[in-house]
Design a protein around this ligand. Structure first.
Ligand code: GLN
Length: 289
């Protein structure tokens, strides 16, 4: 017979022993996930006994978290821009940092009728799909090299009921027929090209925390030798897909503001700017075609 409180303490202890950063919080979130019990209910009923089956399920999940599997991969839930996204091992877990990028896009698109969006390297779809959910007349394309990631994005598009306005395309950057048909014709389709591409220098990947290094897809992290591979490609090849005065905007690593701005200026973008996130670090670079 195990009470909620005993189980939570047990879970916290296991996670602490394995040096999980927010052991207490994660132990709680898994308890909430397994039992459906709210924080308020817990405080009033922490002595309630939990069915042995549920307790076992909880212990199994704690064990997974103890192996540094990210919490979101265990619960398959991640929250971004106030929406719930399904995630698994084939996509990068949506980061709060990336909300800065989405908020900037919303600002740039304010007042624009039926904006068209291209999200390159869409992953779980979190960027494109939250924009579509927040702008009811917008539509857009999310492209990704990984068919497994696109399955996740499709599921999220249905869950957020924006699937009719989202087209998800398998493409290694702009190389798929979907884009090739348009290249060169200067058929500029998009009001905004937004991207959070892989941007970690290959040599820095080993330094990342275990959750990210071993459980987020490498494909979603690795920005090749100098971390700038995808910015270079997207800036130079993506420009023709933007309408005149359309915006390109990227999430960047904290030390990439200058390099990515220079790339944009060299490619003829105007009003190039670096924007900081809530913690004061450079996080977004944008420019106008
Ligand atoms: N665009 C997705 C996100 O922001 C995936 C990014 C990536 O895979 N690098 O979560």
């Amino acid at each position: 017979m195990t009470s909620l409180e005993t189980l939570l303490k047990e879970g916290t202890k296991v996670l602490e022993q394995q040096k999980i950063q927010e052991a207490g919080l994660d132990a709680w979130l898994l308890l909430e996930y397994v039992t459906g019990v709210s924080r308020a209910f817990y405080f009033a009923h922490s002595d309630d006994v939990i069915e042995e089956e549920k307790a076992e399920e909880y212990r199994n999940l704690i064990q997974k978290r103890a192996e540094h599997i990210p919490l979101q991969h265990i619960t398959h839930q991640a929250y971004f821009m106030g929406f719930e996204f399904y995630v698994n091992e084939n996509v990068l877990v949506p980061r709060q940092d990336t909300e800065t990028l989405v908020e900037k896009a919303l600002e740039l698109l304010k007042g624009k009728k039926a904006p068209e969006i291209l999200d390159m390297c869409t992953g779980s779809g979190c960027i494109l799909l939250s924009l579509l959910a927040l702008m009811q007349d917008a539509c857009g394309v999310g492209a990704d090299i990984s068919p497994q990631a696109l399955l996740v994005a499709e599921k999220n598009a249905r869950n957020l009921e924006v699937d009719k306005r989202a087209r998800l395309v398998e493409s290694d950057l702009f190389s798929s027929p979907f884009f090739e048909e348009k290249t060169g014709k200067d058929q500029a389709w998009y009001d905004i090209l937004i991207s959070n591409p892989p941007y970690i220098r290959s040599a820095d990947i080993e330094e990342l925390m275990e959750e990210v290094r071993d459980h987020d897809p490498r494909l979603a992290l690795d920005g090749h030798e100098d971390g700038l591979y995808f910015y270079r490609k997207i800036v130079s090849e993506g420009k023709v897909f933007l309408k005149k005065d359309g915006w390109m905007l990227f999430e960047i690593g904290y030390d990439q503001g200058q390099d990515v701005s220079e790339l944009m200026v060299e490619n003829g973008f105007q009003d190039v700017k670096v924007i900081k996130d809530l913690t004061g670090l450079d996080r977004v670079v944008l420019g106008r075609r």
